[in-house]
Design a protein around this ligand. Structure first.
Ligand SMILES: [Zn+2]
Length: 726
């Protein structure tokens, strides 16, 4: 193996080239910039490689979020190295970038492999918050030791310094303005654990592989979903539960518009420079003086011409024209593309949808199935740490009902019109928050639509309609949903006038956790244990059915169960919050958890680990209730839910299937212990049951089983098939 880079001496580089030509190397690593060195491509072509691998391939595309011009010219050098196959790898490419990579590399009918975008251990939260409150809020999130190590991304150096001073010790800033030695030290200390929090501009994280980052916070809206995804991807690489929090508001959009204007000078400025260029290299300073441009504007214009391929720099920084004069239209396209990236980022932050599914969809991972993650602030609002959610008041409850009633006709209705027609006495923002809550609860679906107004401008708006669940919800069934505890509503509810608006959210969060603590403190150790196991089960149940956790059981109902500890269905039915439907679906599982007092005194691992397992097995032995799930019907319209079919009781399994079931469980247990993850993270009980029933002999057969994502198949497919084949 050899690397060739600018840090090597001439002799070392020569030796690496000799080793390559003599066939002594298995791998040769080079940066794309190396291809510009005279004679280097020719040297490579003397000995054809067996494979050409291009990492970070999104840099090839000018539609990628960190486009590098030298990547784009790679395509010109490849024909000489053929017939080696080419593989281009990236962890962050949208469908348009994927296409562009293939075009730029001149690949003929390339095979595309798009998967693995879903990260199962990330709980994503998006919080709308005014700018002045964000630093203090970030500090409150990072207060708990469990939320560290953490990376906080901020929009500027100044913002980095400000936030770091609020966060205090064990925090360092990281940005491009620091000395290389300082940056290196920050990275080293963060990796070793000496530093717990790094406040960084986007410059931080490239090439950093710290496995145990627990939290990633963005204190402002990132410039693209691709950059955002890459940055939150630095959390939880060890596979353990991790959290990401994005803070944003309308002001962020304006900030991006400002940056765009600054970073993309007008095409006329580029044009002025372009007309001065010819095919001989000229000194930039002389050109700048002729144009009477300030240094910054000049540099930007020159940079843009180079990245559009209309000009090149030599090593001394002199510039000449390439003769290409089609740069203007591609520059316009690129600018429009940057605007659309910001639009999509804003849409991501504002759309009521499972955050993880939205990301997976963004990257065109069509094989994923798009089931809700069960962990983000949309799927599981009550688990959100950064955002406060609350049950609706009686009045709000009535208003929510009237929205549902008004949609009963069956057709979709424009949201703005619906708001004015209903005249509920609430402003549009609050009305939208109601619709978001109804969407989160799976009762309402919002779809975008457009119309052209009298001036010929295309206007986008949203339509609301009922989902299957919304249509079939009876008036007597309680509305199980949570509203966002927004700044306005808190102020409107009054009583907290003495508190500055700056810490009202934190105050809420603190109040909430204090309430939780008193509740928990009132529990006996046995009740606490039951509470933990019920939560564990609820999480697994929610994950396996693609439901938000509170849909399975609300906090209040869960507390009632802990207090009543029902061990029979009739007792369970007496618990407030449990209706016939819930009893039918979850009764067996809940009662068996309540009845099981085996390790009631136990703490830590023994109580954590087998909860979902125990539930699944004991529930399947209970004959009193059949665990039939409702028919999926058309509820897929909001969530694209993929529900596994009824899990038949264990008794119904043939002896051979029972053996397979046991072997899979043994393997799952071993795998979960090895990876230190809950068992349902390895394989949910319903997925396990589906495998037992289908007994897939190879990966293709395994893929055909619903509920098993590609990431799982990649990780465990071989083991599962091996078990099924023995
Ligand atoms: Zn989700």
């Amino acid at each position: 193996m050899a690397r060739i880079h600018s840090g090597l001496s001439r002799d070392e580089s020569r030796q690496a080239c000799r080793d390559y030509l003599d066939g002594n190397l298995h791998f040769l690593f080079i940066a794309p910039e190396r291809m510009r060195v005279p004679n280097f491509p020719g040297m490579l072509a003397k000995r054809k490689p067996a494979l050409i691998a291009i990492d970070e391939a999104h840099c090839i595309s000018q539609w990628g979020h960190d486009f590098r011009p030298d990547y784009r010219t790679l395509g010109d050098y490849l024909p000489a190295l053929r017939p080696a196959p080419i593989i281009a790898l990236t962890a962050t490419a949208t469908p348009s970038v994927q296409k562009d990579i293939a075009v730029q590399l001149q690949l003929q009918q390339p095979a595309l492999f798009i998967h693995g975008f879903r990260r199962h251990n990330l709980a994503i939260e998006v919080v709308e918050m005014s700018k002045p409150r964000r630093n203090e809020f970030t500090a409150s999130i990072l207060k708990s030791p469990a939320s560290r190590p953490a990376i906080v991304y901020v929009p500027s150096r100044k913002a980095a310094e400000e936030l770091a001073s609020v966060l205090g010790r064990s925090t360092a800033v990281y940005h491009a303005g620091l000395e290389p030695s300082v940056r290196e030290r920050v990275q080293r200390h963060f990796l070793s654990g000496k530093l717990e929090v790094v406040v960084a501009t986007i410059a931080f994280g490239m090439g950093i592989d710290k496995a145990d980052v627990r939290t990633v916070v963005h204190t402002a809206l990132p410039g693209s979903v691709e950059a955002y995804y890459q940055e939150i991807g630095r959390a939880g690489r060890d596979g353990k539960p991790s959290r990401t929090v994005l803070l944003h508001s309308y002001a962020d959009r304006k900030m991006h518009d400002f940056f765009l204007e600054r970073d993309y000078p007008a095409a006329t400025e580029l044009g002025r420079l372009a007309t001065l260029l010819n095919d001989g290299f000229q000194m930039p300073e002389l050109l700048r003086q002729k144009l009477r441009m300030d240094t910054e504007s000049f540099n930007r214009a020159a940079e843009k011409l180079v990245s559009q391929g209309a000009a090149v720099f030599d090593i001394g920084g002199n510039i000449r024209s390439t003769g290409q004069n089609t740069w203007r239209s591609s520059y316009d396209t690129q600018l429009a593309f940057r605007h659309s990236q910001i639009d999509r980022m804003v849409a991501f932050a504002e759309s009521p949808q499972c955050r993880m599914s939205a990301l997976v969809e963004h990257f065109g991972d069509t094989a994923d199935g798009h089931r809700p993650c069960g962990q983000c602030d949309f799927c599981s609002p009550e688990q959100a740490t950064a955002q406060t959610f609350r049950p609706p008041t009686e009045q709000e409850h009535r208003q929510l009902r009237s929205i549902l009633q008004s949609l009963q006709g069956g057709t979709s209705r424009a949201v703005g019109k619906l708001h004015s027609d209903l005249a509920l006495g609430i402003d549009r923002k609050q009305f939208d928050s109601y619709l978001d809550a109804l969407t989160r609860a799976g009762l309402v679906m919002l779809t975008p639509d457009t119309f052209t107004n009298s001036e010929g401008v295309l206007i986008t708006f949203k339509r609301a309609s009922l989902t299957h669940e919304g249509r079939t919800l009876s008036d007597s069934e309680p509305l199980e949903l949570l509203l966002k505890g927004s700044e306005n509503q808190k102020a409107a509810r009054g009583g907290t006038k003495t508190r500055s608006s700056g810490d009202s959210a934190r105050g809420q969060a603190v109040k909430r956790s204090a309430a939780k603590r008193t509740e928990a403190a009132a529990y006996t150790p046995e009740q606490k244990h039951l509470d933990a196991r019920l939560r564990e089960w609820r999480k697994a149940e929610a994950a396996s059915n693609g439901r938000p956790a509170f849909f399975v059981l609300t906090e209040a109902t869960l507390a009632n169960i802990v207090l009543a500890r029902p061990t029979t269905l009739s007792r369970l039915l007496n618990v407030p919050g449990i209706g016939q439907e819930k009893a039918d679906r979850f009764g067996a599982a809940i009662c068996s958890i309540c009845a099981d007092r085996t390790d009631a005194g136990g703490h830590g691992k023994s109580s954590m680990q087998p909860a979902s397992e125990r539930v699944a097995t004991s529930a399947s032995h209970s004959k009193s209730v059949s665990r039939t799930e409702e028919a999926p019907a058309s509820s897929s319209e909001t969530f694209h839910r993929q529900r596994t079919t009824t899990s038949a009781p264990a008794e119904a399994l043939a002896p051979e299937q029972q053996q397979l079931d046991q072997r899979l469980r043994d393997w799952r247990k071993a795998a979960s212990e090895e990876l230190n993850l809950p068992q349902f993270f390895i394989l949910g009980s319903s997925a396990l049951r589906s495998i037992v029933l289908a007994r897939p002999r190879n990966i293709t057969q395994l893929r055909a089983i619903p509920g098993i994502g590609l990431e799982k198949i990649e990780k465990y497919g071989a083991s599962i098939c091996e078990i099924c084949n023995t």
